[in-house]
Design a protein around this ligand. Structure first.
Ligand SMILES: Cc1cc2nc3c(=O)[nH]c(=O)nc-3n(C[C@H](O)[C@H](O)[C@H](O)COP(=O)(O)OP(=O)(O)OC[C@H]3O[C@@H](n4cnc5c(N)ncnc54)[C@H](O)[C@@H]3O)c2cc1C
Length: 324
């Protein structure tokens, strides 16, 4: 039976909840919970034992006197490598958070082991795991088999439900820190992106606009809708390139990956590069005047027509529903 090491980030009062999604994936793959170890990554972990104890697995490992220098990936890779050497896993799971995606390839390189990046899922096939990842701008899914001793999977977040924590309290093991963290790069500062409302990546509902909106002004209507639906606002690259919205709103291959419960689009054609970032939405509802728009291949519900005729009525209905 494979031994699986899952890395997670530890912050002041909590661990990154993407860990719970990875545990659901482990359930799907029938991994025996006693074969799962969590590798904790963060600073001063010995003083965060309450957080470590709240992780619902049987074993958590961490380094003593950890200093990640502000989650510097070049430092994290050394800590992670050391944890791998101490725990000898067959498989490593790294959630594709902003820290995780920076760490995963560095770790694979310094361990000289194979990696599947950007996994949407992992399938079990005849004793082997196959990492499923989008290729060719999201038009195809490749099933990748790793044939090195250790297999590393960097898995997209917000695809799996969070496992309902079973109330296990883990054994915690601290390893002596024998490492020198030499790095040529230093994180000077971290600042929180100033954005109004919900973060795109976390929102259960996303309302997004495309070039079909014709300019920045109609985004005000989308923002009104977003408030009523408790949604975040997103955009296609065409919109961001035109400067109607900042690039932090961009969804797609070169933008953000989202997997909301509901993705509502207006005037987005659904190019493959856009769908690469939102194709995992549970439900897609779209307005577009072109009945042949690609978005309708993925949309569960669609309204074909000019948004100028459709959106006002939609907004009024939402307002009425809000009053009930
Ligand atoms: C390497 C690479 C990476 C890329 N990465 C991304 C990415 O991350 N994200 C991304 O989004 N794109 C990306 N693109 C660009 C992508 O190929 C498309 O060009 C882009 O997604 C198109 O944006 P759009 O759907 O808003 O515009 P369009 O494709 O122009 O679609 C506009 C839609 O609006 C409809 N419309 C027009 N007027 C109205 C109206 N009045 N009422 C209703 N509907 C109307 C049209 O019928 C059309 O379907 C990338 C491209 C490349 C080459």
């Amino acid at each position: 039976m494979s031994k699986v090491l899952i890395f997670t980030e530890i912050y002041e009062n909590s661990y990154d909840k993407s860990l719970l999604e990875m545990l659901t994936l482990m359930d799907d793959l029938n991994v025996d919970p006693s074969n799962i170890i969590v590798g904790a990554l963060g600073d001063e972990l010995e003083s965060k034992e309450t957080v470590l104890k709240s992780i619902p697995v049987s074993k958590v490992v961490a380094m003593k006197n950890n200093d990640t220098s502000n989650f510097n990936p070049n430092v994290l890779k050394i800590i992670a490598k050391n944890i791998v050497e101490k725990t000898n896993p067959d498989k490593i799971i790294i959630p594709k958070t902003s820290v995780g995606q920076d760490l995963a390839t560095r770790l694979a390189y310094c361990l000289d082991q194979g990696i599947v990046n950007d996994c949407l899922n992992i399938e079990y096939n005849d004793g082997e795991w196959l990492g499923l990842r989008p290729v060719f701008g999201g038009n195809y899914l490749a099933k990748v088999n790793i044939n090195t001793n250790v297999e590393i999977y960097c898995v997209r977040t917000k695809i799996f439900d969070e496992q309902n924590s079973n109330l296990i309290s883990p054994e915690i093991e601290y390893f002596e820190n024998e490492l020198e963290y030499k790095t040529n790069s230093h994180i000077v500062d971290r600042s929180q992106e100033q954005s109004e409302g919900l973060r795109l990546e976390d929102a259960e509902v996303v309302v997004a606009g495309g070039r079909g909106l014709g300019g920045p002004e109609p985004f005000e209507t989308l923002e009104e809708i977003a408030v009523l639906l408790n949604a975040a606002v997103g955009a296609s690259r065409a919109v961001c390139d035109a400067g109607w919205k900042d690039h932090s709103y961009q969804i797609g291959l070169t933008g953000k990956d989202i997997s909301p419960n509901l993705y509502f689009t207006v005037g987005i054609s659904g190019a493959s590069q856009h769908m690469a970032g939102c194709g995992n939405s549970k439900h897609i509802v779209s307005i577009d005047k072109n009945i042949d728009a690609n978005i309708f291949k993925d949309a569960e519900f669609g309204a074909v027509g000019d948004w100028k005729n459709i959106l006002p009525g939609f907004l009024d209905t939402l307002k009425d529903l809000g009053k009930e």
